[in-house]
Design a protein. Sequence first.
Lengths: 82, 137
Amino acid sequence: MHLITALTIATFTTPEKIGVTPLATLWLLPLAASIAVVYKATKVKKVKAADFFKESVVLFASIVVFMIITALVLLSLTWIVT
Amino acid sequence: MASRSKDKNLVFLLVVGLSAWLIPGAGHLVLREKARAIIIFVTIALTFTIGLYVGSIGVVNPVEGKLAYAAQIMNSPMVTVLGRVTVNNHYSVFGKPYEIGQIYTSIAGLLNFLCIVNAVYTAHLQKARPLGSVKCT
Protein backbone atom coordinates (compact mmCIF):
# COMPACT_ATOMS: atom_id res chain seq x y z
CA MET A 1 0.00 0.00 0.00
CA HIS A 2 2.80 2.38 0.97
CA LEU A 3 4.67 1.51 -2.21
CA ILE A 4 1.63 2.32 -4.38
CA THR A 5 1.16 5.63 -2.56
CA ALA A 6 4.85 6.46 -2.91
CA LEU A 7 4.83 5.62 -6.62
CA THR A 8 1.69 7.68 -7.20
CA ILE A 9 3.21 10.69 -5.43
CA ALA A 10 6.49 10.20 -7.32
CA THR A 11 4.73 10.47 -10.70
CA PHE A 12 3.47 13.90 -9.70
CA THR A 13 6.78 15.20 -8.35
CA THR A 14 8.92 14.49 -11.42
CA PRO A 15 8.05 15.88 -14.87
CA GLU A 16 7.54 13.63 -17.88
CA LYS A 17 10.11 13.60 -20.67
CA ILE A 18 8.64 15.47 -23.63
CA GLY A 19 10.91 16.66 -26.39
CA VAL A 20 10.46 19.71 -28.60
CA THR A 21 9.23 17.69 -31.57
CA PRO A 22 6.33 18.09 -34.01
CA LEU A 23 4.62 15.22 -32.15
CA ALA A 24 4.48 17.39 -29.01
CA THR A 25 1.79 19.49 -30.72
CA LEU A 26 -0.56 16.51 -30.31
CA TRP A 27 -0.85 17.54 -26.65
CA LEU A 28 -3.36 20.12 -27.86
CA LEU A 29 -5.90 17.36 -28.60
CA PRO A 30 -6.85 16.38 -25.02
CA LEU A 31 -6.96 20.06 -24.08
CA ALA A 32 -9.23 20.92 -27.02
CA ALA A 33 -11.46 17.98 -26.04
CA SER A 34 -11.80 19.17 -22.45
CA ILE A 35 -12.51 22.74 -23.58
CA ALA A 36 -15.23 21.47 -25.94
CA VAL A 37 -16.82 19.25 -23.29
CA VAL A 38 -16.87 21.87 -20.50
CA TYR A 39 -18.07 24.64 -22.82
CA LYS A 40 -20.88 22.47 -24.13
CA ALA A 41 -21.76 21.40 -20.57
CA THR A 42 -22.47 25.03 -19.77
CA LYS A 43 -24.24 25.75 -23.05
CA VAL A 44 -26.63 22.87 -23.84
CA LYS A 45 -30.17 23.35 -22.56
CA LYS A 46 -30.67 19.75 -21.53
CA VAL A 47 -27.85 17.22 -21.09
CA LYS A 48 -28.75 14.19 -23.21
CA ALA A 49 -25.90 11.75 -23.90
CA ALA A 50 -26.26 11.51 -27.71
CA ASP A 51 -26.85 15.24 -28.36
CA PHE A 52 -24.20 16.29 -25.91
CA PHE A 53 -21.63 13.93 -27.43
CA LYS A 54 -22.48 15.12 -30.95
CA GLU A 55 -22.21 18.81 -30.07
CA SER A 56 -18.95 18.29 -28.20
CA VAL A 57 -17.42 16.40 -31.13
CA VAL A 58 -18.49 19.16 -33.56
CA LEU A 59 -16.91 21.85 -31.36
CA PHE A 60 -13.76 19.75 -30.86
CA ALA A 61 -13.45 19.26 -34.63
CA SER A 62 -14.01 22.99 -35.24
CA ILE A 63 -11.22 23.88 -32.80
CA VAL A 64 -8.81 21.39 -34.37
CA VAL A 65 -9.63 22.49 -37.94
CA PHE A 66 -9.20 26.15 -36.98
CA MET A 67 -5.83 25.37 -35.35
CA ILE A 68 -4.69 23.52 -38.49
CA ILE A 69 -5.75 26.44 -40.71
CA THR A 70 -3.93 28.90 -38.41
CA ALA A 71 -0.80 26.72 -38.49
CA LEU A 72 -0.92 26.56 -42.30
CA VAL A 73 -1.36 30.34 -42.61
CA LEU A 74 1.57 30.95 -40.24
CA LEU A 75 3.69 28.42 -42.09
CA SER A 76 2.99 30.04 -45.46
CA LEU A 77 3.72 33.47 -43.96
CA THR A 78 7.13 32.33 -42.72
CA TRP A 79 7.76 30.69 -46.12
CA ILE A 80 6.98 34.01 -47.87
CA VAL A 81 9.02 36.13 -45.44
CA THR A 82 12.12 33.92 -45.30
CA MET B 1 -39.55 42.12 3.59
CA ALA B 2 -38.25 42.75 0.09
CA SER B 3 -34.73 43.49 1.38
CA ARG B 4 -34.72 40.23 3.39
CA SER B 5 -35.60 38.31 0.21
CA LYS B 6 -32.85 40.17 -1.65
CA ASP B 7 -30.35 39.22 1.09
CA LYS B 8 -31.44 35.57 0.89
CA ASN B 9 -30.96 35.65 -2.86
CA LEU B 10 -27.49 37.14 -2.47
CA VAL B 11 -26.53 34.47 0.09
CA PHE B 12 -27.79 31.76 -2.27
CA LEU B 13 -25.72 33.16 -5.15
CA LEU B 14 -22.68 33.29 -2.85
CA VAL B 15 -23.21 29.68 -1.77
CA VAL B 16 -23.49 28.56 -5.40
CA GLY B 17 -20.40 30.54 -6.43
CA LEU B 18 -18.28 29.40 -3.49
CA SER B 19 -19.26 25.74 -3.82
CA ALA B 20 -18.50 25.89 -7.57
CA TRP B 21 -15.05 27.25 -6.72
CA LEU B 22 -14.42 24.82 -3.84
CA ILE B 23 -15.21 21.71 -5.92
CA PRO B 24 -15.61 22.00 -9.71
CA GLY B 25 -19.21 21.20 -10.62
CA ALA B 26 -20.56 21.60 -7.08
CA GLY B 27 -22.30 24.83 -8.04
CA HIS B 28 -24.40 23.00 -10.62
CA LEU B 29 -25.01 20.21 -8.11
CA VAL B 30 -26.53 22.79 -5.73
CA LEU B 31 -28.79 23.79 -8.65
CA ARG B 32 -29.81 20.10 -9.04
CA GLU B 33 -28.03 19.78 -12.39
CA LYS B 34 -26.46 16.42 -11.55
CA ALA B 35 -25.37 15.35 -15.07
CA ARG B 36 -23.83 18.74 -15.81
CA ALA B 37 -22.03 18.72 -12.43
CA ILE B 38 -20.52 15.27 -13.05
CA ILE B 39 -19.33 16.23 -16.55
CA ILE B 40 -17.75 19.44 -15.27
CA PHE B 41 -16.08 17.75 -12.29
CA VAL B 42 -14.62 14.84 -14.27
CA THR B 43 -13.37 16.99 -17.15
CA ILE B 44 -11.79 19.74 -15.06
CA ALA B 45 -10.24 17.32 -12.54
CA LEU B 46 -8.84 15.22 -15.39
CA THR B 47 -7.38 18.24 -17.21
CA PHE B 48 -5.77 19.51 -14.01
CA THR B 49 -4.42 16.04 -13.16
CA ILE B 50 -2.93 15.60 -16.65
CA GLY B 51 -1.20 18.98 -16.23
CA LEU B 52 0.28 17.91 -12.90
CA TYR B 53 1.28 14.50 -14.28
CA VAL B 54 3.08 15.99 -17.29
CA GLY B 55 4.81 18.89 -15.57
CA SER B 56 4.83 17.69 -11.92
CA ILE B 57 3.41 19.78 -9.08
CA GLY B 58 6.23 22.25 -9.78
CA VAL B 59 4.00 23.90 -12.40
CA VAL B 60 1.91 25.38 -9.57
CA ASN B 61 4.32 28.08 -8.47
CA PRO B 62 3.02 31.30 -6.88
CA VAL B 63 6.50 32.87 -6.96
CA GLU B 64 7.85 32.18 -10.46
CA GLY B 65 4.59 31.67 -12.38
CA LYS B 66 2.29 34.33 -10.95
CA LEU B 67 0.07 34.77 -14.01
CA ALA B 68 -0.48 31.02 -14.45
CA TYR B 69 -1.05 30.71 -10.68
CA ALA B 70 -3.85 33.27 -10.88
CA ALA B 71 -5.60 31.00 -13.39
CA GLN B 72 -4.69 27.77 -11.56
CA ILE B 73 -6.20 29.02 -8.32
CA MET B 74 -9.61 29.17 -10.04
CA ASN B 75 -9.63 25.35 -9.97
CA SER B 76 -10.12 25.31 -6.23
CA PRO B 77 -8.78 27.17 -3.18
CA MET B 78 -6.98 23.90 -2.37
CA VAL B 79 -4.46 24.78 -5.09
CA THR B 80 -2.92 27.25 -2.59
CA VAL B 81 -1.82 24.25 -0.47
CA LEU B 82 -0.11 22.79 -3.54
CA GLY B 83 1.52 26.17 -4.23
CA ARG B 84 2.87 26.31 -0.67
CA VAL B 85 4.28 22.77 -0.96
CA THR B 86 5.95 23.65 -4.27
CA VAL B 87 7.54 26.82 -2.93
CA ASN B 88 8.86 25.10 0.22
CA ASN B 89 10.29 22.05 -1.58
CA HIS B 90 11.72 23.66 -4.75
CA TYR B 91 10.52 21.23 -7.41
CA SER B 92 12.54 21.92 -10.54
CA VAL B 93 10.64 21.74 -13.81
CA PHE B 94 11.48 23.43 -17.08
CA GLY B 95 11.16 23.13 -20.86
CA LYS B 96 8.26 21.54 -22.69
CA PRO B 97 6.78 19.62 -19.72
CA TYR B 98 6.66 22.87 -17.72
CA GLU B 99 4.95 24.65 -20.61
CA ILE B 100 2.38 21.89 -21.23
CA GLY B 101 1.73 21.35 -17.51
CA GLN B 102 1.19 25.05 -16.91
CA ILE B 103 -1.14 25.39 -19.92
CA TYR B 104 -3.24 22.38 -18.85
CA THR B 105 -3.58 23.47 -15.21
CA SER B 106 -4.28 27.10 -16.17
CA ILE B 107 -6.89 26.19 -18.77
CA ALA B 108 -8.55 23.87 -16.23
CA GLY B 109 -8.76 26.83 -13.86
CA LEU B 110 -10.20 29.14 -16.50
CA LEU B 111 -12.76 26.51 -17.49
CA ASN B 112 -13.82 26.25 -13.86
CA PHE B 113 -14.13 30.04 -13.76
CA LEU B 114 -16.50 29.79 -16.73
CA CYS B 115 -18.51 27.17 -14.80
CA ILE B 116 -18.61 29.34 -11.65
CA VAL B 117 -19.99 32.28 -13.64
CA ASN B 118 -22.47 29.99 -15.40
CA ALA B 119 -23.67 28.45 -12.11
CA VAL B 120 -24.14 31.86 -10.46
CA TYR B 121 -25.97 33.22 -13.51
CA THR B 122 -28.24 30.18 -13.68
CA ALA B 123 -28.94 30.50 -9.94
CA HIS B 124 -29.81 34.17 -10.47
CA LEU B 125 -32.23 33.26 -13.28
CA GLN B 126 -33.80 30.51 -11.17
CA LYS B 127 -34.52 33.02 -8.40
CA ALA B 128 -35.85 35.61 -10.82
CA ARG B 129 -38.25 33.17 -12.52
CA PRO B 130 -40.26 30.28 -11.12
CA LEU B 131 -38.37 27.00 -10.69
CA GLY B 132 -38.46 24.62 -13.62
CA SER B 133 -38.79 27.31 -16.28
CA VAL B 134 -35.04 28.05 -16.44
CA LYS B 135 -32.54 26.08 -18.45
CA CYS B 136 -28.78 26.49 -18.22
CA THR B 137 -27.49 29.20 -20.57
